[in-house]
Write a protein that binds this ligand. Structure first.
Ligand code: SAM
Length: 445
Protein backbone atom coordinates (compact mmCIF):
# COMPACT_ATOMS: atom_id res chain seq x y z
CA UNK A 1 0.00 0.00 0.00
CA UNK A 2 1.13 3.49 -0.77
CA UNK A 3 1.17 6.69 1.25
CA UNK A 4 2.45 10.24 1.04
CA UNK A 5 3.52 12.29 4.05
CA UNK A 6 2.86 16.03 4.34
CA UNK A 7 4.79 18.10 6.95
CA UNK A 8 7.09 15.07 7.23
CA UNK A 9 9.90 16.70 9.23
CA UNK A 10 12.65 14.06 9.68
CA UNK A 11 10.22 11.17 9.11
CA UNK A 12 9.95 9.91 12.69
CA UNK A 13 6.15 9.52 12.62
CA UNK A 14 6.48 7.95 9.19
CA UNK A 15 8.38 5.04 10.77
CA UNK A 16 5.02 3.89 12.16
CA UNK A 17 3.45 4.22 8.73
CA UNK A 18 6.26 2.37 7.00
CA UNK A 19 6.33 -0.49 9.52
CA UNK A 20 2.63 -1.15 9.19
CA UNK A 21 2.87 -1.90 5.50
CA UNK A 22 2.65 1.52 3.80
CA UNK A 23 5.31 2.54 1.36
CA UNK A 24 5.99 6.27 1.80
CA UNK A 25 6.51 7.33 -1.82
CA UNK A 26 6.54 11.14 -1.54
CA UNK A 27 6.97 13.59 1.31
CA UNK A 28 6.97 17.35 1.80
CA UNK A 29 8.79 19.40 4.42
CA UNK A 30 9.49 23.13 4.63
CA UNK A 31 12.89 23.07 6.30
CA UNK A 32 16.00 21.82 4.52
CA UNK A 33 17.72 20.47 7.67
CA UNK A 34 14.78 18.28 8.59
CA UNK A 35 14.24 17.16 5.01
CA UNK A 36 17.88 16.01 4.82
CA UNK A 37 17.33 13.62 7.73
CA UNK A 38 14.18 12.32 6.03
CA UNK A 39 16.03 11.81 2.73
CA UNK A 40 18.74 9.74 4.40
CA UNK A 41 16.20 7.46 6.10
CA UNK A 42 13.77 7.13 3.17
CA UNK A 43 16.10 6.95 0.17
CA UNK A 44 13.39 5.55 -2.11
CA UNK A 45 10.88 8.30 -1.35
CA UNK A 46 10.84 11.61 -3.21
CA UNK A 47 11.20 14.50 -0.77
CA UNK A 48 9.77 17.79 -2.04
CA UNK A 49 11.38 20.53 0.05
CA UNK A 50 9.56 23.84 0.50
CA UNK A 51 6.34 25.58 1.44
CA UNK A 52 3.33 23.35 0.81
CA UNK A 53 1.39 26.30 -0.66
CA UNK A 54 3.99 26.69 -3.39
CA UNK A 55 4.76 23.00 -3.82
CA UNK A 56 1.19 21.70 -4.24
CA UNK A 57 1.49 20.79 -7.93
CA UNK A 58 5.04 19.46 -7.49
CA UNK A 59 3.87 17.14 -4.70
CA UNK A 60 0.96 15.90 -6.82
CA UNK A 61 3.15 15.43 -9.89
CA UNK A 62 5.77 13.50 -7.91
CA UNK A 63 2.99 11.33 -6.46
CA UNK A 64 1.56 10.52 -9.90
CA UNK A 65 5.05 9.69 -11.23
CA UNK A 66 5.85 7.42 -8.30
CA UNK A 67 2.48 5.68 -8.49
CA UNK A 68 2.99 4.90 -12.17
CA UNK A 69 -0.70 4.17 -12.68
CA UNK A 70 -1.43 2.44 -9.36
CA UNK A 71 -3.56 4.17 -6.74
CA UNK A 72 -2.68 5.99 -3.54
CA UNK A 73 -4.06 4.75 -0.24
CA UNK A 74 -3.17 7.26 2.43
CA UNK A 75 -2.26 10.90 2.84
CA UNK A 76 -0.68 11.37 6.27
CA UNK A 77 -0.62 15.03 7.30
CA UNK A 78 0.91 16.42 10.48
CA UNK A 79 0.72 20.21 10.17
CA UNK A 80 2.44 22.38 12.80
CA UNK A 81 0.54 22.70 16.05
CA UNK A 82 2.04 25.92 17.45
CA UNK A 83 -0.81 28.05 16.06
CA UNK A 84 -3.65 25.86 17.33
CA UNK A 85 -5.65 27.94 19.71
CA UNK A 86 -7.41 27.58 22.98
CA UNK A 87 -9.37 30.75 22.11
CA UNK A 88 -13.06 30.05 21.86
CA UNK A 89 -14.93 30.73 18.63
CA UNK A 90 -16.58 33.82 20.16
CA UNK A 91 -13.28 35.47 21.12
CA UNK A 92 -11.70 34.72 17.75
CA UNK A 93 -14.75 35.96 15.87
CA UNK A 94 -14.71 39.23 17.76
CA UNK A 95 -10.94 39.69 17.15
CA UNK A 96 -11.47 38.83 13.52
CA UNK A 97 -14.35 41.32 13.15
CA UNK A 98 -12.22 44.04 14.71
CA UNK A 99 -9.82 43.31 11.84
CA UNK A 100 -7.03 42.50 14.26
CA UNK A 101 -4.02 41.28 12.37
CA UNK A 102 -2.77 38.01 13.71
CA UNK A 103 -6.21 36.90 14.93
CA UNK A 104 -5.79 33.90 12.64
CA UNK A 105 -2.40 32.21 12.77
CA UNK A 106 -1.30 31.51 9.15
CA UNK A 107 -0.06 28.07 10.26
CA UNK A 108 -3.68 27.09 10.92
CA UNK A 109 -4.48 27.71 7.24
CA UNK A 110 -2.10 24.90 6.19
CA UNK A 111 -5.06 22.56 6.34
CA UNK A 112 -6.35 24.23 3.14
CA UNK A 113 -3.55 23.01 0.80
CA UNK A 114 -3.62 19.69 2.69
CA UNK A 115 -7.27 19.13 1.73
CA UNK A 116 -6.57 20.17 -1.86
CA UNK A 117 -3.64 17.77 -2.20
CA UNK A 118 -5.61 14.95 -0.59
CA UNK A 119 -8.61 15.36 -2.92
CA UNK A 120 -6.47 15.69 -6.06
CA UNK A 121 -4.22 12.75 -5.09
CA UNK A 122 -7.17 10.36 -5.28
CA UNK A 123 -6.16 8.66 -1.99
CA UNK A 124 -9.06 7.05 -0.15
CA UNK A 125 -7.94 7.96 3.37
CA UNK A 126 -6.61 11.10 5.06
CA UNK A 127 -4.97 10.68 8.47
CA UNK A 128 -4.18 13.87 10.33
CA UNK A 129 -2.28 14.28 13.57
CA UNK A 130 -2.31 17.37 15.70
CA UNK A 131 -2.73 18.68 19.23
CA UNK A 132 -6.17 18.20 20.82
CA UNK A 133 -6.73 21.99 20.48
CA UNK A 134 -7.17 21.49 16.73
CA UNK A 135 -10.75 20.40 17.44
CA UNK A 136 -11.53 23.92 18.66
CA UNK A 137 -9.47 25.93 16.19
CA UNK A 138 -11.35 28.15 13.75
CA UNK A 139 -10.17 29.65 10.47
CA UNK A 140 -11.92 31.74 7.81
CA UNK A 141 -13.87 29.40 5.53
CA UNK A 142 -12.05 29.55 2.16
CA UNK A 143 -15.39 28.82 0.46
CA UNK A 144 -17.43 31.30 2.56
CA UNK A 145 -17.65 35.07 2.96
CA UNK A 146 -15.09 35.38 5.69
CA UNK A 147 -17.19 33.23 8.00
CA UNK A 148 -15.20 31.26 10.56
CA UNK A 149 -15.29 27.50 10.43
CA UNK A 150 -13.74 24.84 12.67
CA UNK A 151 -10.85 22.98 11.00
CA UNK A 152 -12.54 19.59 11.36
CA UNK A 153 -15.82 20.99 9.98
CA UNK A 154 -13.94 22.47 7.03
CA UNK A 155 -12.39 19.10 6.22
CA UNK A 156 -15.76 17.34 6.46
CA UNK A 157 -17.46 20.03 4.34
CA UNK A 158 -14.72 19.92 1.68
CA UNK A 159 -14.73 16.13 1.45
CA UNK A 160 -18.50 15.74 1.35
CA UNK A 161 -20.85 12.89 2.30
CA UNK A 162 -18.82 10.26 0.45
CA UNK A 163 -16.41 10.30 3.44
CA UNK A 164 -16.80 8.84 6.90
CA UNK A 165 -14.65 9.97 9.81
CA UNK A 166 -13.22 8.69 13.06
CA UNK A 167 -11.63 11.26 15.35
CA UNK A 168 -10.09 10.70 18.76
CA UNK A 169 -7.76 12.27 21.30
CA UNK A 170 -5.22 9.49 21.72
CA UNK A 171 -3.04 9.09 24.83
CA UNK A 172 -0.01 7.31 23.40
CA UNK A 173 0.89 5.76 26.78
CA UNK A 174 -2.31 3.72 26.32
CA UNK A 175 -0.73 2.15 23.24
CA UNK A 176 2.33 1.00 25.15
CA UNK A 177 4.55 4.05 24.59
CA UNK A 178 6.73 4.87 27.64
CA UNK A 179 5.77 8.53 27.35
CA UNK A 180 2.61 10.44 28.04
CA UNK A 181 1.60 12.32 24.90
CA UNK A 182 -1.87 13.27 23.80
CA UNK A 183 -2.69 13.95 20.20
CA UNK A 184 -5.80 14.38 18.12
CA UNK A 185 -5.84 11.78 15.37
CA UNK A 186 -8.48 12.37 12.70
CA UNK A 187 -9.17 9.79 10.02
CA UNK A 188 -11.36 10.58 7.00
CA UNK A 189 -12.06 7.83 4.52
CA UNK A 190 -14.13 6.96 1.50
CA UNK A 191 -12.88 3.38 1.48
CA UNK A 192 -15.93 1.09 1.65
CA UNK A 193 -14.54 -1.38 4.19
CA UNK A 194 -13.19 1.33 6.47
CA UNK A 195 -16.51 3.18 6.26
CA UNK A 196 -18.42 0.01 7.06
CA UNK A 197 -16.12 -0.55 10.03
CA UNK A 198 -16.92 2.93 11.34
CA UNK A 199 -20.65 2.24 10.94
CA UNK A 200 -20.46 -1.10 12.74
CA UNK A 201 -17.98 -0.27 15.51
CA UNK A 202 -18.12 3.55 15.68
CA UNK A 203 -14.35 3.95 15.29
CA UNK A 204 -11.25 3.16 13.27
CA UNK A 205 -8.97 2.98 16.29
CA UNK A 206 -7.54 -0.24 17.71
CA UNK A 207 -8.38 -1.14 21.28
CA UNK A 208 -5.98 0.44 23.76
CA UNK A 209 -3.38 -2.05 24.93
CA UNK A 210 -2.21 -0.35 28.16
CA UNK A 211 -3.68 1.55 31.08
CA UNK A 212 -2.50 3.20 34.28
CA UNK A 213 -3.81 0.49 36.60
CA UNK A 214 -3.51 -2.41 34.20
CA UNK A 215 -7.25 -3.22 34.26
CA UNK A 216 -8.33 -5.03 31.09
CA UNK A 217 -4.94 -4.15 29.56
CA UNK A 218 -1.26 -4.21 30.39
CA UNK A 219 0.15 -1.65 32.80
CA UNK A 220 1.67 1.50 31.33
CA UNK A 221 5.30 1.10 30.32
CA UNK A 222 7.33 3.26 32.71
CA UNK A 223 10.54 5.24 32.69
CA UNK A 224 12.00 2.55 34.98
CA UNK A 225 11.19 -0.17 32.42
CA UNK A 226 13.14 1.66 29.73
CA UNK A 227 16.10 3.54 31.22
CA UNK A 228 16.86 2.21 34.70
CA UNK A 229 19.68 0.00 33.38
CA UNK A 230 21.45 2.85 31.58
CA UNK A 231 24.83 3.87 33.01
CA UNK A 232 24.30 6.73 35.50
CA UNK A 233 25.31 10.28 34.61
CA UNK A 234 25.77 13.41 36.68
CA UNK A 235 25.61 16.94 35.29
CA UNK A 236 27.98 18.32 37.91
CA UNK A 237 31.26 17.55 36.11
CA UNK A 238 32.32 17.01 32.45
CA UNK A 239 33.72 13.53 33.17
CA UNK A 240 30.46 12.28 34.74
CA UNK A 241 28.12 14.04 32.30
CA UNK A 242 28.82 11.56 29.53
CA UNK A 243 29.28 7.85 28.97
CA UNK A 244 31.51 7.59 25.93
CA UNK A 245 30.69 3.98 25.06
CA UNK A 246 27.07 4.84 24.26
CA UNK A 247 26.46 7.40 21.54
CA UNK A 248 24.22 10.28 22.68
CA UNK A 249 24.35 9.20 26.34
CA UNK A 250 25.50 12.60 27.54
CA UNK A 251 23.87 15.58 29.20
CA UNK A 252 24.60 19.31 29.41
CA UNK A 253 26.41 20.49 32.53
CA UNK A 254 24.47 22.30 35.25
CA UNK A 255 26.13 25.35 36.78
CA UNK A 256 26.71 25.35 40.55
CA UNK A 257 23.44 27.10 41.41
CA UNK A 258 21.26 24.88 39.22
CA UNK A 259 23.09 21.80 40.50
CA UNK A 260 22.31 22.83 44.07
CA UNK A 261 18.59 23.20 43.30
CA UNK A 262 18.41 19.96 41.29
CA UNK A 263 20.46 17.84 43.71
CA UNK A 264 18.10 18.79 46.54
CA UNK A 265 14.95 17.88 44.60
CA UNK A 266 13.32 14.56 45.54
CA UNK A 267 11.73 12.21 42.95
CA UNK A 268 8.51 13.52 41.39
CA UNK A 269 9.01 16.87 43.10
CA UNK A 270 10.03 20.25 41.72
CA UNK A 271 12.91 22.44 42.92
CA UNK A 272 10.45 25.25 43.73
CA UNK A 273 9.24 23.09 46.64
CA UNK A 274 12.70 22.29 48.06
CA UNK A 275 13.08 22.52 51.81
CA UNK A 276 15.72 23.85 54.19
CA UNK A 277 19.21 22.39 53.81
CA UNK A 278 20.76 24.18 56.77
CA UNK A 279 22.02 21.17 58.80
CA UNK A 280 21.19 22.96 62.02
CA UNK A 281 17.58 23.51 60.94
CA UNK A 282 16.36 21.14 58.18
CA UNK A 283 12.79 22.49 58.46
CA UNK A 284 10.54 20.56 56.04
CA UNK A 285 7.33 22.57 56.24
CA UNK A 286 8.16 25.71 54.28
CA UNK A 287 5.16 26.63 52.05
CA UNK A 288 5.38 25.04 48.62
CA UNK A 289 4.99 26.84 45.29
CA UNK A 290 1.29 26.94 44.49
CA UNK A 291 -0.32 28.31 41.40
CA UNK A 292 -3.78 29.51 40.55
CA UNK A 293 -5.69 31.35 37.86
CA UNK A 294 -6.05 35.12 37.60
CA UNK A 295 -9.33 36.93 36.83
CA UNK A 296 -8.87 36.12 33.09
CA UNK A 297 -8.47 32.41 33.77
CA UNK A 298 -4.74 32.52 32.95
CA UNK A 299 -2.39 30.35 35.03
CA UNK A 300 -0.34 32.41 37.44
CA UNK A 301 2.41 31.11 39.69
CA UNK A 302 2.17 32.15 43.33
CA UNK A 303 4.09 35.28 44.30
CA UNK A 304 4.03 34.37 48.01
CA UNK A 305 6.40 31.38 47.89
CA UNK A 306 9.30 31.94 50.31
CA UNK A 307 12.93 31.84 49.19
CA UNK A 308 14.22 31.90 52.81
CA UNK A 309 13.40 29.24 55.38
CA UNK A 310 10.60 30.57 57.55
CA UNK A 311 12.23 28.96 60.58
CA UNK A 312 15.98 29.74 60.34
CA UNK A 313 15.95 32.35 57.55
CA UNK A 314 18.70 30.62 55.55
CA UNK A 315 18.32 30.54 51.79
CA UNK A 316 16.30 27.62 50.40
CA UNK A 317 17.74 25.68 47.40
CA UNK A 318 14.88 26.94 45.21
CA UNK A 319 15.38 28.50 41.74
CA UNK A 320 16.40 32.06 42.51
CA UNK A 321 17.64 35.18 40.79
CA UNK A 322 20.05 37.58 42.42
CA UNK A 323 19.25 41.25 41.77
CA UNK A 324 21.30 44.06 43.33
CA UNK A 325 22.62 41.60 45.89
CA UNK A 326 19.07 40.48 46.83
CA UNK A 327 17.63 37.04 46.23
CA UNK A 328 14.13 36.51 44.89
CA UNK A 329 12.34 33.42 43.64
CA UNK A 330 12.64 32.93 39.91
CA UNK A 331 9.38 33.38 37.99
CA UNK A 332 8.17 29.93 37.03
CA UNK A 333 5.68 27.16 37.58
CA UNK A 334 5.90 24.14 39.81
CA UNK A 335 6.52 22.02 36.71
CA UNK A 336 9.87 23.79 36.03
CA UNK A 337 12.97 22.06 37.48
CA UNK A 338 10.73 19.08 38.22
CA UNK A 339 11.70 15.43 38.26
CA UNK A 340 9.89 12.73 36.30
CA UNK A 341 8.58 9.70 38.12
CA UNK A 342 10.32 6.32 37.80
CA UNK A 343 7.01 4.50 37.83
CA UNK A 344 5.04 6.39 35.18
CA UNK A 345 5.56 6.96 31.49
CA UNK A 346 7.91 9.92 30.86
CA UNK A 347 6.35 13.36 30.59
CA UNK A 348 5.94 14.67 27.03
CA UNK A 349 9.36 15.07 25.44
CA UNK A 350 9.55 18.49 23.84
CA UNK A 351 12.32 20.28 21.94
CA UNK A 352 13.33 21.64 25.39
CA UNK A 353 14.07 18.19 26.72
CA UNK A 354 17.66 19.13 27.58
CA UNK A 355 16.69 22.17 29.67
CA UNK A 356 16.30 21.59 33.39
CA UNK A 357 14.09 24.69 33.65
CA UNK A 358 11.53 23.32 31.19
CA UNK A 359 8.47 21.37 32.35
CA UNK A 360 9.13 17.98 34.02
CA UNK A 361 12.48 17.43 32.36
CA UNK A 362 14.68 16.17 35.22
CA UNK A 363 15.79 12.55 35.50
CA UNK A 364 13.77 10.72 38.20
CA UNK A 365 16.68 10.43 40.62
CA UNK A 366 20.00 11.50 39.05
CA UNK A 367 21.12 15.12 38.97
CA UNK A 368 20.55 15.92 35.32
CA UNK A 369 18.08 15.97 32.45
CA UNK A 370 17.58 12.94 30.19
CA UNK A 371 20.31 12.14 27.70
CA UNK A 372 19.38 12.16 24.00
CA UNK A 373 20.00 8.40 24.04
CA UNK A 374 17.34 7.96 26.72
CA UNK A 375 14.97 10.34 24.92
CA UNK A 376 15.30 8.30 21.71
CA UNK A 377 14.31 5.18 23.66
CA UNK A 378 11.40 6.84 25.50
CA UNK A 379 10.19 8.21 22.16
CA UNK A 380 10.40 4.62 20.73
CA UNK A 381 12.68 5.73 17.86
CA UNK A 382 15.23 3.18 19.05
CA UNK A 383 12.73 0.38 18.25
CA UNK A 384 13.29 1.16 14.57
CA UNK A 385 16.10 1.34 12.09
CA UNK A 386 16.58 5.08 12.03
CA UNK A 387 19.90 6.84 11.59
CA UNK A 388 20.69 10.32 12.84
CA UNK A 389 22.32 11.19 9.56
CA UNK A 390 21.60 13.62 6.75
CA UNK A 391 21.61 12.81 3.05
CA UNK A 392 23.98 15.74 2.39
CA UNK A 393 26.55 14.24 4.79
CA UNK A 394 26.47 17.16 7.23
CA UNK A 395 26.39 16.40 10.95
CA UNK A 396 23.00 16.24 12.65
CA UNK A 397 23.22 18.71 15.54
CA UNK A 398 21.86 18.01 19.03
CA UNK A 399 19.45 20.91 18.47
CA UNK A 400 18.05 19.24 15.35
CA UNK A 401 17.68 15.93 17.21
CA UNK A 402 15.73 17.68 19.98
CA UNK A 403 13.51 19.42 17.43
CA UNK A 404 12.79 16.21 15.57
CA UNK A 405 11.87 14.40 18.79
CA UNK A 406 9.81 17.31 20.10
CA UNK A 407 7.84 17.77 16.87
CA UNK A 408 6.99 14.12 16.29
CA UNK A 409 4.76 11.51 17.85
CA UNK A 410 6.24 8.25 19.13
CA UNK A 411 6.21 5.95 16.10
CA UNK A 412 5.42 2.75 18.05
CA UNK A 413 2.04 4.21 19.04
CA UNK A 414 1.31 5.40 15.52
CA UNK A 415 2.29 2.00 14.18
CA UNK A 416 -0.54 0.40 16.17
CA UNK A 417 -3.04 2.83 14.64
CA UNK A 418 -1.75 2.37 11.08
CA UNK A 419 -1.48 -1.40 11.48
CA UNK A 420 -5.14 -1.52 12.40
CA UNK A 421 -5.98 0.29 9.16
CA UNK A 422 -3.62 -1.83 7.09
CA UNK A 423 -5.07 -5.06 8.53
CA UNK A 424 -8.55 -3.92 7.58
CA UNK A 425 -7.39 -2.87 4.13
CA UNK A 426 -5.54 -6.15 3.60
CA UNK A 427 -8.72 -7.96 4.47
CA UNK A 428 -10.37 -6.09 1.63
CA UNK A 429 -7.54 -7.16 -0.62
CA UNK A 430 -7.99 -10.79 0.34
CA UNK A 431 -11.77 -10.59 0.01
CA UNK A 432 -11.40 -9.02 -3.41
CA UNK A 433 -9.06 -11.80 -4.47
CA UNK A 434 -11.41 -14.50 -3.21
CA UNK A 435 -14.42 -12.83 -4.89
CA UNK A 436 -12.37 -12.54 -8.05
CA UNK A 437 -11.26 -16.16 -7.77
CA UNK A 438 -14.84 -17.28 -7.25
CA UNK A 439 -15.85 -15.19 -10.26
CA UNK A 440 -13.13 -16.76 -12.38
CA UNK A 441 -14.10 -20.28 -11.32
CA UNK A 442 -17.71 -19.56 -12.10
CA UNK A 443 -16.60 -18.24 -15.46
CA UNK A 444 -14.52 -21.36 -16.10
CA UNK A 445 -17.35 -23.64 -15.08
C1 SAM B 1 4.50 18.68 13.73
S1 SAM B 1 5.82 18.71 12.63
C2 SAM B 1 5.63 17.17 11.80
C3 SAM B 1 6.26 16.02 12.51
C4 SAM B 1 6.50 14.82 11.64
N1 SAM B 1 5.29 14.23 11.18
C5 SAM B 1 7.33 13.79 12.37
O1 SAM B 1 6.82 12.72 12.66
O2 SAM B 1 8.49 14.05 12.68
C6 SAM B 1 5.31 19.85 11.42
C7 SAM B 1 6.31 20.09 10.29
O3 SAM B 1 5.70 20.91 9.32
C8 SAM B 1 6.69 21.73 8.73
N2 SAM B 1 6.04 22.89 8.08
C9 SAM B 1 5.64 24.03 8.68
N3 SAM B 1 5.11 24.87 7.77
C10 SAM B 1 5.19 24.25 6.56
C11 SAM B 1 4.82 24.62 5.24
N4 SAM B 1 4.30 25.81 4.98
N5 SAM B 1 5.04 23.73 4.25
C12 SAM B 1 5.60 22.51 4.50
N6 SAM B 1 5.97 22.11 5.75
C13 SAM B 1 5.76 22.97 6.76
C14 SAM B 1 7.58 22.10 9.92
O4 SAM B 1 8.87 22.50 9.50
C15 SAM B 1 7.57 20.81 10.74
O5 SAM B 1 8.70 20.02 10.44
Amino acid sequence: MKAISLFACGGIGDLGLRHSGFDVIVANELLEDRAEVFKHNYPKAQMVVGDIWEKRSEILKATQNRLGGSSLDIVFATPPCQGMSKNGRGKLLSLFRQGLKGAVDPRNLLVVPTIEIFIKSGAHTLVMENVPEMENTFIPDPHGNGELIGIIDLIKKSLGPEFGSSIRVVEFANYGVPQSRQRLISIFTKNEILRRHIKMYGSLFPQETHSKDGYFAEKWVTVRDIISDDPPLDAGKPETAQYKKIQYHRVPLLDDEKYLWVSNTPEEKGAFDNQCINPACGFKENPTHGSGKDENGINKASTETPIFCIKCNSILPRPWVKENGEYRLMKGYTSAYKRMSWDSPASTLTRNLSYACSDNKLHPSQNRVLSLYEAMKLHTISNYEFEWRRADGKKVSDKLIRELIGESIPPAGLEKIFRFLSDLLNEIGQNKVSVLRRGQQELCL
